[in-house]
Design a protein around this ligand. Sequence first.
Ligand code: UDP
Length: 375
Amino acid sequence: MKYNKKNYDYLIVGAGPFGAIWAREAASRGKRSLIIEKRATIGGNMHTHKEHGINVHDYGAHIFHTDNKEVWDYINQFSEFNGYINQVVANYKGDLYNLPFNMNTFYQMWGVKTPEEAAEKIEEQKQAAGLTGHPKNLEEQAISLIGTDIYEKLIKGYTEKQWGRKATELPSFIIRRLPVRYTFDNNYFNHRYQGVPVDGYTAIFENMLNHELIDVLRNVDFLDEKETFLAEFPRVVYTGMIDAYFDYQFGELEYRSVRFESQVIDSNNAQGNSVINYTDRETPFTRVMEWRHFDNKADEGKTIVTKEYPQDWDRSKEAYYPVNDHKNSELFKQYRHEADKQDKVIFGGRLGNYQYYDMDQVFNAALKAVAKEFK
Ligand code: UDP
């Protein structure tokens, strides 16, 4: 292993948000960190690159949204944000609907024009489905919230291809990520602070890690020499997959993966929106992003569109979404129990905690963890 022994205080495994925030916050308290990153890039799945003047998000659309002012102020130290508001359009077999579920969607689906009419329609469908008790799974939760028609056209197919399993086998919290509103408001998120960084996310990580007390080594896999690293560093922050850290001793946690297909098109506007979801079961991709619409930046006459295809995960693929069903949650608890016994190691981030985290939640978790470390 080629690194200078500079009396590092921390070895940080992974240059994604949890690791980068830890390094930066430790540095601001006079502590020195070495970050090792198995990829050639920094920023984890927030990584972006610029092509034809367009900021392309390499691991799918990342829109920063939060109600947490501390987190918002924190990330704004490293970049200006552009105030982008995500307004997704759904295409179901050629018919277009606004998302998230709101008065525009209800009008498009049923022709209803008032909140009262919409609520009546939804209640009628919920009753007809016999759903009165506490929703036991994603399907029941969705129908209770927005009725059978919207469930069948905008949720069932998308969800089942996205997750590779039936909506009746998925936890209900997944669908509660999406707002349901009785107003004509297409904002995909309810949060007060929203946007995309004007120079892409990679620049944020470059700024964050540009500090004399932080060194970054790319293309280094902690798990190749775990015991050596653990022996050499006084404290380790690990943001990789928790089951991989423990050599899968209790079995593999399941993830859902996605793959992307991008295309450069000679056009100033290929699809007219930054994200279009294809909500039928047959179309193999879930959504299509057109990156120039995220920040109105692009070379004249060029646009880049990316199709997102869900796929099964195995160890050769990137782990994107933890599958937080009962079985995997129980398995995670076993790993968490082992993790608690690792005195010098802190487990963090989406993979280290096996959580379906949004970016702001990772930021918040990292800031809290660092504060605890230095209290
Ligand atoms: N979803 C859906 N239809 C849509 C968009 C989302 O059924 O058009 C469901 C689907 O189960 C998805 C979940 O809502 O996994 C959460 O969607 P979100 O857009 O928050 O997912 P992410 O952007 O994190 O992939």
